[in-house]
Design a protein around this ligand. Structure first.
Ligand code: MN
Length: 185
């Protein structure tokens, strides 16, 4: 797992203060334990991608809020080294290509899965839609527990307010784009 990032710690603190939520309240909203939330806020622990998604969902914010953005105008961040999130336990690397756009209501990531990688995602907020495009390798996309194999160049759109997951059963890395669209508020 990556080193705890001050940006993630500061973002979680800011979100909790903005809501006026106790750790207990935040834990109930996100499904992440109080102890873990406290550790993340103090910079003692780096959340996994799955945990970070739970936090984003509980606070109803975009995933890219947790990435340090060198550019808010869109386009690849100038300092990509700070923006990449590596989840060694899941074998997953997430790079934001376009941070969340509040007008267009989308964000876009490049996701890389090492051979054998498996990442499960809890349901996002109602109305969230994901668009997955495989750039390299073969991606197993799980929806409601059923797995669908997507080859290089294939694309899939799905309602993401249900259990979904990604895995790589191949022998080389899988790379795919994930465009996440959020409903109007
Ligand atoms: Mn997802």
């Amino acid at each position: 797992m990556q080193e705890p990032t001050p940006h993630i710690a500061a973002t979680l603190k800011m979100l909790r203060a903005a809501q006026g939520w106790s750790l207990d309240r935040a834990s109930r909203a996100t499904g992440v334990s109080k102890a873990m939330l406290g550790q993340i806020e103090r910079g003692e622990s780096s959340p996994t991608v799955a945990t970070l998604w739970k936090i984003a969902g509980g606070f109803r914010v975009s995933f890219s809020l947790f990435f340090e953005q060198a550019s808010v105008e869109g386009g690849p961040p100038d300092n990509a080294a700070h923006a990449v999130l590596e989840d060694a336990a899941a074998g997953m690397t997430v790079t934001p290509l376009f941070a969340f756009d509040p007008d267009l209501r989308f964000e876009m990531f490049l996701i890389e899965l090492a051979p054998g990688a498996y990442s499960e995602s809890s349901p996002h907020e109602r109305g969230v839609v994901e668009h997955v495009v495989v750039l390299e390798g073969a991606l197993d996309l799980g929806l409601d527990g059923a797995w669908d194999a997507l080859g290089t160049g294939e694309a899939r759109r799905f309602a993401a307010d249900r259990e979904h997951g990604y895995r790589n059963r191949g022998e080389r890395a899988v790379r795919f784009h994930d465009v996440i669209h959020y409903p109007q508020v």
